[in-house]
Design a protein around this ligand. Structure first.
Ligand SMILES: Cc1cc2nc3c(=O)[nH]c(=O)nc-3n(C[C@H](O)[C@H](O)[C@H](O)COP(=O)(O)OP(=O)(O)OC[C@H]3O[C@@H](n4cnc5c(N)ncnc54)[C@H](O)[C@@H]3O)c2cc1C
Length: 501
């Protein structure tokens, strides 16, 4: 009997398994069987270092031979080819997914995860039919089969969605996208200003991208709409693939010189979807099992790792403190919805630009985001983005110039206990909830906003407020306190107390 059974050994499955095992839980992970397809190559943005750091894997990644890239080269919507470096000198990773996945699986095994090389054939969830038994997964391997039981089942099976497809997967009315990918070798260097870059380009009725995995090898894919292109298997697919490449400008030039096709094209579906629910008693949908975002964003793996981290936090919370299951799952659902919405809006912006230029149904049909239904927990800007609120400079100026201020909680703002992550657990904390921060906002720069509002009642100058905070709460930098106070003013969470008539 395990605490957790994880179905799927992609980035989400390995990450969730490793975290839970390193926190002392008994974890079984079913990694499936080797894929029939050649591996995909994918670009991971510099920000993927954050979730990899949370897994304790940065040095493993840095010591590996994974190719680094310092930016992207893009020719989109008729614009000239442009090479853009990632911000702040960051570097992304160009990964061959079979190698990346096996690195993560080894890291999970090192943390004590029991790895099963088998495919989940059936899953029974713990609370089905109202009975209370642990979840159960029956699997088949090459030469063996078995059943594993666990208090929690994490569906990390990607598009296969072993639990998600039992009525939770939400297909949007978006057109289908097919990725057709092949591998090319070039004996001479790729003719790009920075050959480590991913090259992305739009063409009249599709787009192409290529990811280098070494100095000599690139995976080159075209993204098409299967209803517009008549693909056949075998030789037919290769012909169709080459025909698509002919529509491009930069990939054609890149491959024309002396590149050789070394792995013939194969196809996989890349149509976005989300879920009507992301978890329940004893199970969660994690990573691509929960939702799939358009590959144009290049954020799928990062999203999967972030989803895995939060899933591990939810399971840890539930196993330690069963009465927190409901709030923890609500938080997980809210974060999954926000992530899907954010990335799908981003992709829709790019598609809208291309629709303006190419004016083809391939593009116009993709130029609208497909928002998730609004979340009962509401939404709020995160604690980083509130510090970029355009109203902030005026708020800082107001606080600097007013010798004294008398502020109180604004009308229409309430204090509510909402689920938040603290360390590796979900806890309930008081937050300020307003129409523009319906998801609640609790801390900014480490300062607890409801507590700051309490102190505002008795302190009318920034130096007094700062002194009181340090004395009664915790030592902080004055600029952090001023930042938090400015957010309260800028977001109209506090208002001046009217002077006595
Ligand atoms: C064409 C294309 C290009 C992409 N490009 C990028 C990119 O450049 N950058 C990026 O970040 N993301 C990219 N993505 C997205 C990225 O691949 C996914 O977001 C990411 O793989 C999600 O990880 P996951 O672990 O949730 O799912 P997966 O990686 O799909 O892992 C699921 C695992 O579960 C296993 N499994 C399935 N069914 C079972 C079963 N019944 N029993 C046991 N195991 C099972 C599968 O074999 C697989 O190993 C791309 C996706 C596509 C389709």
């Amino acid at each position: 009997m395990f605490d957790v059974v994880v179905v799927g050994g992609g980035p989400a499955g390995s990450a969730a398994s490793r975290l839970l095992a390193s926190w002392g839980y008994r974890v079984a992970m079913l990694v499936g069987l080797p894929s029939q397809h050649p591996p995909l190559a994918e670009s991971l943005p510099p920000s993927v270092r954050k979730p990899l750091g949370a897994l304790g894997l940065l040095s493993t990644i840095d010591d590996s031979e994974i190719l680094r890239s310092n930016g992207n080269t893009v020719a989109w919507a008729g614009a000239a080819l442009r090479s853009t470096a990632f911000g702040e000198g960051g570097s992304g990773l160009q990964v061959r997914r079979d190698q990346f996945d096996s690195l993560l699986q080894s890291a999970a095994a090192e943390a004590g995860v029991y790895t099963i090389h088998g495919v989940a054939r059936s899953v029974r969830l713990g609370d089905e039919e109202g009975k209370s038994f642990p979840g159960e997964v029956t699997w088949t391997g090459r030469a063996s089969e078995g059943t594993v039981r666990g208090h929690w089942i994490l569906d990390c099976s990607g598009r296969a969605g072993v639990v998600a497809r039992r009525g939770l997967r939400r297909r949007h009315s978006v057109p289908s996208t097919l990725a057709v990918s092949a591998v090319w070798n070039s004996p001479s260097a790729w003719e790009l200003r920075d050959p480590s870059h991913t090259l992305v380009e739009s063409y009249p009725d599709g787009w192409a991208w290529s990811v280098p995995v070494s100095a000599a090898q690139r995976h080159v894919a075209v993204m098409v709409d299967p209803r517009k292109t008549n693909f056949e298997r075998g030789e037919g697919l290769e012909r169709a693939y080459r025909a698509e490449l002919e529509k491009t400008v930069h990939h054609r030039r890149l491959l024309l010189k002396d590149a050789e096709l070394v792995v013939t094209p194969w196809a996989c579906t890349a149509t976005p979807y989300s879920a009507s629910g992301y978890g329940g008693k004893g199970f969660l949908l994690v990573g691509d099992a929960a939702s799939f975002i358009d590959p144009l964003s290049s954020f799928g793996v990062k999203k999967a790792l972030a989803s895995a981290w939060l899933a591990a936090v939810v399971v840890n919370t539930a196993l330690k403190n069963p009465q927190m299951v409901g709030p923890a799952i609500s938080l997980f659902e809210a974060r999954e919805r926000i992530a899907y919405d954010g990335y799908s809006a981003q992709a829709a912006d790019f598609y809208a630009q291309a629709a303006e230029y190419h004016r083809h149904p391939f593009w116009t049909a993709r130029a609208r985001a497909t928002p998730e239904p609004s979340d009962p927990l509401g939404t709020s800007p995160d604690s980083e983005s509130v510090l970029r609120d355009p109203r902030l400079p005026a708020a800082v100026e107001y606080l600097r110039s007013a010798p004294r201020f008398q502020l109180r909680l604004a009308t229409g703002v309430s204090r509510e206990r909402r689920p938040v992550v603290r360390g590796c657990e979900v806890v309930l904390e008081e937050q300020l909830v307003s129409p523009s921060a319906s998801g609640g906002i609790g801390t900014v720069r480490g300062i607890d906003l409801p507590q700051l509002v309490d102190l505002l009642g008795t302190h009318e100058r920034v130096p007094d407020l700062y002194e009181a905070w340090v004395r009664e709460r915790a030592p902080v930098e004055i600029r952090d306190l001023l930042g938090a106070l400015s957010v309260l003013v800028a977001m109209e969470l506090v208002e001046p107390i009217p002077a006595d008539p």
